[in-house]
Design a protein. Structure first.
Length: 483
């Protein structure tokens, strides 16, 4: 992952932990309305991919165990990981693109209800993504993947040359010479792996995305309702399809790219179609970027416009993230795929304890506050969720008391200690395991390994009933906390 050149080391600070009475009187542990439901407290666990699902996207016992851990902490809301809406194999990531996934998801809902004693509201994040392939060995790229064109034959020096001759010639060239023959898209496919973009209008399935995605999101939302979730979160953030439509890099010329209104058009059509499918008594919110954090990318002013339009369209909440783009990702090793959290934008999404003068804690708060202020100026009371490096009660309470947001998300901190919420609410905050922000968990995610936390994954490994990771070295859930 990219690191700021300053490399200033930061450590999380617990600050003052409240007594049970102070916690009960706080804003953080007060109720808040989110669309048709009420959260018992203004705490939120954002979606995190744990790599626990079956190879074909079904809920399994490891998934149930994972979400029970967070539910036992009893946050106000828990958002299930990014869950695919299409019939596309995606490895051990949850899917919701067909009715056959509903029974397993229903089991997940029941598990969270039971573990939280009915106190935690459960949403599921819905995602669409385009194809991305692993970086190929150069010999294979030239032999199999590259489409030979007249341009390549002209560079070879024979316009009537056979494809096989051109391929062999290209494969024999030194890398810098081959790079001069390839166009930008071909060179990226060689050095990073082929990646589809929403601007690939020569691909029919990409051209048809605006016609297909609203219905796919709506059908997924219907399945979520049938599985008894409290609501859904539309994933409009980071490196994926919907965020790419919102991006300034979206120059589609079919009415779904270009200026702000056209870039927002598909997202608004998705919200409208989802709302028509599930009605007003089911939560439908969205997560999007406060800033893409890439050169020429969308910024906070763009995000403020999107936030106001999403609120106007009836989104029940606005959850803000930042960065996490493919555009500045580091080149992967041969045989691996590009990972959108390795460049500067990835750092902005998940900053580590080595940072710059701004530090890693609350790095998205100023942008979130600006977006919330713009939404309020337009007359909308839509709750706004802030997240990013928040780990202490004092931080969270300040976010609410200063009007930066209405709800506070704890992602890596909740992974470090899923019981943070019960501990702090009961006056036992001193027992919290504070996240160190080393991004140990992020490194596991990058390698598509089951995500755990270094603060607990080697603890009491011989405890009866402990399930271990595939490599046998780590426990998959933290030791139970006894109040």
């Amino acid at each position: 992952m990219w690191r700021p050149p300053e490399r200033i080391r930061y450590e999380p600070r617990a600050g003052h932990w409240p007594s049970a009475a102070e916690a009960a009187a706080s804003r953080l542990f007060s109720e808040v309305k989110v669309g048709p439901v009420e959260l018992a407290q203004r705490t939120w666990v954002p979606a995190m991919v744990p790599w626990r699902a079956s190879a074909d996207g079904f809920v399994n016992p490891d998934v149930l165990d994972w979400y029970r851990c967070f539910a036992r902490g009893r946050p106000g809301a828990l958002v299930v990981e990014a869950t695919g809406i299409r019939e596309v194999p995606s490895g051990p990531l949850l899917r919701i693109g067909d009715d056959r996934f509903v029974p397993g998801l229903r089991k997940l809902v029941r598990a969270v209800r039971e573990a939280s004693n009915g106190e935690t509201r459960l949403f599921i994040q819905l995602i669409d993504f385009l194809s991305i392939r692993r970086r190929p060995p150069p010999a294979r790229f030239f032999a199999q993947y590259l489409a030979i064109t007249p341009r390549h034959r002209a560079a070879y020096g024979r316009v009537d040359a056979a494809d096989s001759d051109v391929r062999a010639w290209l494969a024999s060239l030194p890398p810098e010479e081959a790079a001069r023959v390839l166009d930008a898209h071909e060179l990226e496919s060689l050095e990073f792996g082929a990646r589809e973009r929403v601007t690939d209008m020569h691909l029919e399935h990409v051209r048809r995305l605006p016609a297909q995605l609203p219905g796919l999101f709506a059908a997924a939302a219907r399945r979520a309702r049938e599985a008894a979730f409290d609501g859904i979160e539309l994933h409009f953030a980071h490196a994926y399809t919907m965020a790419s439509f919102l991006s300034r890099s979206n120059v589609r010329d079919d009415g779904y790219g270009g200026d702000l209104a056209h870039r927002a058009r598909l997202a608004l059509e998705v919200i409208s179609r989802v709302r028509a499918e599930v009605g007003r008594d089911f939560v439908a919110g969205c997560r999007f970027l406060a800033d893409e954090c890439i050169p020429g990318g969308s910024d906070t002013q763009d995000a403020a416009y999107f936030g106001c339009e999403f609120a106007r369209a009836g989104s029940d909440y606005l959850s803000l993230s930042r960065g996490g783009k493919f555009d500045d990702a580091k080149r992967p090793k041969v045989g691996e795929a590009a990972y959108p959290y390795t460049g500067r934008s990835g750092y902005e999404c998940m900053p580590s304890y080595y940072s710059d003068v701004n530090g890693p804690f609350g790095r998205n708060l100023d942008a979130t506050a600006h977006i919330r202020a713009c939404v309020r100026e337009k007359g909308f009371t839509t709750p706004v969720v802030a997240a990013g490096g928040i780990h202490s009660f004092e931080q969270a309470e300040a976010v609410l008391s200063t009007g930066q947001a209405d709800i506070v998300g704890f992602a890596r901190q909740a992974l470090a200690d899923p019981d943070w919420f019960r501990k702090v609410a009961s006056g036992r905050g001193a027992e919290v395991r504070l996240c160190l922000y080393t991004n140990y968990c992020e490194a596991l995610d990058q390698r598509h390994r089951q995500v755990t936390c270094e603060l607990w994954d080697r603890e009491a490994l011989d405890e009866p009933g402990v399930k271990r990771s595939a490599d046998g070295k780590r426990r998959l859930t933290p030791p139970a906390w006894t109040p």
